[in-house]
Ligand binder design. Structure first.
Ligand SMILES: [Zn+2]
Length: 130
């Protein structure tokens, strides 16, 4: 069986926000190295600040997404997790999960979150069943 490289959306956004914080700190650090060139230092500082502020916005966004996500108990590891969108992965074990009855039993694909791709797959499956 092919190893799934899919991970929970909330986890993905969370790691993105974390990277952003580090990038911001790094940019400000680079700014300090240019302290002899004030405009360059200011530019790096502003960029760094923006990255940090943006990561805060992303964290707030995760919070609101988390509220919208449907809480479920993962059938694989029995831990509570959250499903965002039509297909998502368990936050703990990356078990693919779906809330869409039409997608049950279809091979997992991240693209099922896109309406067009999902509808094509469903109609294809219905044709095969006829
Ligand atoms: Zn799980």
């Amino acid at each position: 069986m092919a190893k799934l490289s899919y991970s929970s959306k909330i986890n993905k956004i969370r790691s993105f926000a974390l990277i952003l914080v580090f990038a911001g700190i790094l940019l400000m650090y680079v700014g300090i190295m240019f302290k002899k060139i004030p405009w360059l230092m200011a530019t790096f500082f502003i960029l760094g600040m923006l990255a940090v502020v943006f990561s805060c916005v992303v964290y707030l966004w995760i919070g609101s997404l988390s509220v919208k996500a449907v809480p479920v108990v993962c059938p694989n590891c029995q831990k509570p997790t959250k499903v965002l969108g039509h297909v998502d992965a368990c936050m703990h074990c990356n078990q693919p999960l779906t809330l869409d009855k039409n997608l049950e039993g279809i091979e997992f694909d991240e693209r099922y979150n896109k309406r067009r791709f999902r509808n094509e797959a469903i109609s294809k499956m219905k044709q095969e069943n006829e």
